[in-house]
Design a protein around this ligand. Structure first.
Ligand code: MG
Length: 261
């Protein structure tokens, strides 16, 4: 069959017009399509070193006094020892916690096991950073502090473990007498109106700059005995542990926190 040339031409013209119309409806993507310009991130002046508090940090201990801290037992002024720019545990006086309460945050804290440390296992430089203090004693969520340089214990109780829940990914301990650091991102759990768990807590932690907890999902409060469980709270202090073992007390310095949304 012969198709008139005019018909063929008109078909070609129609096809071209159709393609053009389609091209106009779906413009070619541009780099600008995926650029976001607002809101502009707030300007924060970093510290002189990465360990120093940035401009938006709340300084919890700068070497001068323990004014930001109280006894976790009765909320009287903290009675640990401040000297030479460091805060040293006074074991007989119990745990201390911040006057302020927090929800989500970034925390920097440095600690040192004394060179003269004695003892073994959990009784060698034991302390702890409770990421949320939920009462006196050891109630809350503990990031363990311990001399784990050369000191065997259960791995979910060594330094940088989430106590009895999550061993650290690796062991980057420095030896006793040297300062060490924790940098922590804490995402607090949230709760429904009836007190049931809405979203669990998560923790990411670096120990001496090495990742040791990678967005670990907590099972609840860290308990010495028994299975962890959640208890509803909104904001909570950060607590430091005066552990009852007989080993020489450890020290802290350069503690600061940045609240997160
Ligand atoms: Mg401890």
């Amino acid at each position: 069959m012969r198709i008139p040339i005019l018909a063929l031409l008109s078909c070609a013209v129609a096809a071209t017009l159709g393609a053009n119309a389609l091209a106009q409806e779906t413009p070619k993507p541009k780099p600008e399509d995926t650029e976001v310009w607002t809101p502009v991130p707030a300007i924060v002046t970093p510290g002189a070193t990465d360990a120093a508090p940035p401009s938006d940090a709340i300084v919890l201990f700068d070497g001068k006094n323990e004014d930001e801290w109280v006894s976790a037992q009765d909320h009287t002024p903290a009675k640990w020892i401040v000297g030479d720019g460091v805060l040293t545990v006074a074991k007989g006086t119990g745990n201390i916690e911040t006057k302020r309460s927090f929800k989500n945050y970034q925390l920097h804290i440095e600690w040192k096991i004394p060179e003269s440390i004695t003892g073994s296992g959990q009784a060698r430089g034991n302390s702890g950073v409770f990421l949320a203090s939920l009462g006196p004693g050891d109630a809350g969520y503990e990031l363990q502090v311990l001399d784990s340089f050369n000191n065997a214990t259960y791995v979910n109780g060594q330094a940088a473990s989430i106590y009895k829940q999550s061993p650290p990914l690796v062991n980057p301990n420095r030896k006793p007498g040297e300062w060490q650091s924790y940098d922590v991102v804490w995402t607090a759990p949230t709760f429904n109106a009836d007190g049931s768990l809405k979203t669990p807590a998560y923790v990411t932690a670096f120990f001496n700059g090495v990742l040791v907890q990678d967005h670990f999902q907590l099972k609840g409060q860290t308990l010495y005995i028994g299975q962890p469980f959640y208890k509803a709270y909104d904001r909570a202090p950060i607590k430091l542990q005066a552990h009852g073992d007989k080993s020489e007390p450890i020290s802290f310095r350069n503690i600061w926190v940045r609240e997160l949304p």
